[in-house]
Write a protein of this length. Structure first.
Length: 71
């Protein structure tokens, strides 16, 4: 998954992106709450093919690493 694909998925999950999404962007600073991160996790797990443990403190880079790497 790429940063652009993650951005599209965030928009699909009704996350308003003010400015550019960068690898350093912390998802909790995007106005997401714990329910939002859970719903995003479900979508990302279907892409990744494995369970993800995401938090609101994760950066976009953390999420991409979790999706693209098993373990």
């Amino acid at each position: 998954m790429s940063l652009e694909e993650l951005k599209a998925l965030l928009v699909k999950n009704n996350v308003e992106l003010n400015g550019e999404l960068t690898p350093e962007t912390i998802v909790g600073e995007l106005g997401m709450d714990s329910f939002d991160i859970m719903m995003l996790s479900f979508d990302l797990e279907s892409v990744a093919g494995h369970e993800l443990k995401l938090t609101l403190n994760d950066t976009a880079a953390d999420i991409l690493n979790a999706v693209n790497n098993v373990g």
